[in-house]
Design a protein around this ligand. Structure first.
Ligand code: IMP
Length: 427
């Protein structure tokens, strides 16, 4: 059976985790294909909240094999801690398989993430400081260490020594930091971490293709989102990987013909963390209401997210970039307290021109003004809604507007944080 991709359509934090979780119930394999522990998924199961960073959401179902694909960057210590946390809470992590081709996040990646941000000053990107960018840079520069290198101490050490020479020169001479000790790093990674990670390492491409061959169901779970994509996002205020659906092929090792469904997750409003352009960003008072009601603080870093109204220009473009087949709307309940809602239907450029799609030139994007349509709110709590016909008329109209403007159907709508708080729309 062909695979399903689940991808965020905004700047991340759309609430992908809850739908990954919902769909994982029907999946045999759930594969992460990019990013690292810069991601954070919160899943609420029977009142218990699970915050996952690296382990795919499917881990919570005993029948699902969670896979960390080759496109992910892995800090083995973080992975082991996350597995230990899950085990302590009664979740079996023994089925987890990590690609040997995934790249390792090394101690110097954290240092360099911090230092480059510091040197950028007020132009900083606002990264999660998890070493993500430097790890992907090393991968592209072909000096990265991979998960499989943990299985061969000699190779690991050789590669580390070569790369550390350059990193230490950079750290000490450019950034005025203390050089890192190769023996210490090798001891930590090879003696402390490698023996515990080794049983998880496997041939994930082989595993995925064997599952496809058996007609099993596979979900490719995106982290971050379309506008944080290094190619298609609001560069340079992006992450260093490809969250778009095309990245799912590269980061897991399957071709496009093995995918037949791409679900785009659309939060009912928009948020972003860190720096970068944001046409529909709202004033402080509206922001406070959205942040309070939507609990818009990073799962991972605790940072307050910047909120804004729903942006249909971004959504139309995300439909194209990901060839979305359908949409899952999240956090509709957060809008319940607003009497009137604004929805951005187009941008007005600096010279008065109208944009229905994202302007390709970033300088224009920085200067556009959103063209809003005002729609009625519903003023009712949605917490107990379980069927489409129970949605207030205005809430249903809001969802229909999203589907109409995107040109693809809405399949699910989230009405609360709990695992069961969603409604299904017939395709
Ligand atoms: P990095 O991925 O840590 O390099 O951060 C680059 C940009 O992506 C920053 O603006 C981060 O705030 C943003 N970012 C990275 N991961 C996430 C995420 O999971 N949700 C939202 N924003 C993220």
């Amino acid at each position: 059976m062909p695979a399903t991709v689940l991808v965020g359509t905004q700047w991340g934090d759309e609430g992908k985790g809850r739908f990954t979780d919902l769909l994982a119930k029907e999946m045999d394999l759930v594969v992460r294909y990019q990013g690292g522990h810069n991601a954070g998924h919160t899943i609420v199961v029977e009142g218990q909240s699970f915050a996952l960073q690296l382990v795919p959401s499917g881990v919570l179902y005993p029948h699902t094999v969670p896979v960390i694909g080759n496109g992910v960057v892995v800090d083995p210590a973080v992975l082991l801690d996350e597995c230990a946390m899950l085990e302590r809470r009664g979740v079996d992590t023994s089925r987890l398989v990590v690609s040997g081709n995934a790249h390792l996040i090394m101690p110097y990646h954290y240092e360099l993430d911090l230092m480059t941000e510091r040197f950028l000053g007020h132009n900083k990107l606002g990264t999660t400081k998890r070493g993500i960018g430097p790890a992907y840079s090393d991968k592209a520069a072909r000096v990265g260490l991979r998960v499989q290198d943990l299985l061969d101490g000699k190779i690991f050490r050789q590669k580390l020594d070569v790369v550390l020479r350059e990193k230490n020169a950079l750290l000490s001479r450019v950034y005025n930091r203390l050089p890192l000790d190769g023996d210490e790093i090798a001891e930590r990674y090879l003696e402390e971490l490698a023996p515990r990670i080794a049983p998880m390492i496997g041939d994930t491409v082989g595993l995925i293709h064997a599952a496809l061959g058996r007609g099993e169901r596979i979900m490719l779970e995106g982290a971050q989102a379309t506008y944080l994509d290094v190619d298609h996002g609001t560069y340079p205020f992006v992450t260093s990987s490809n969250p778009v659906a095309g990245g799912a092929c590269v980061g897991s090792g399957i071709g496009p013909r093995d995918i037949d469904r791409v679900i785009g997750v659309v939060k009912a409003y928009v948020t972003r963390v860190g720096s970068g352009p944001f046409p529909t960003e709202v004033d402080r008072e509206t922001a406070d209401r959205l942040v309070d009601r939507g609990r818009e603080y990073g799962t991972n870093t605790g940072r307050r997210r910047r909120p804004g109204w729903l942006d249909l220009v971004m959504l139309r473009h995300a439909v194209r970039l990901n060839s979305l087949s359908d949409i899952a709307v999240t956090k509709l309940d957060v809008l319940s307290e607003f009497e009137r809602l604004k929805v951005c239907v187009a941008y007005e450029g600096p010279d008065g021109e109208r944009y229905e799609h994202m302007p390709y030139h970033q300088s224009i994007l920085h200067r556009v003004r959103p063209v809003y349509e005002e729609v009625a709110g519903w003023g009712e709590d949605l917490a107990s809604v379980t069927r489409v016909d129970q949605l207030p008329k205005a809430a249903r109209a809001y969802v229909e507007l999203i589907a109409e403007q995107a040109g693809v159907p809405v399949s699910f709508v989230g009405v609360g944080p709990g695992r069961e708080q969603y409604v299904t729309f017939a395709a």
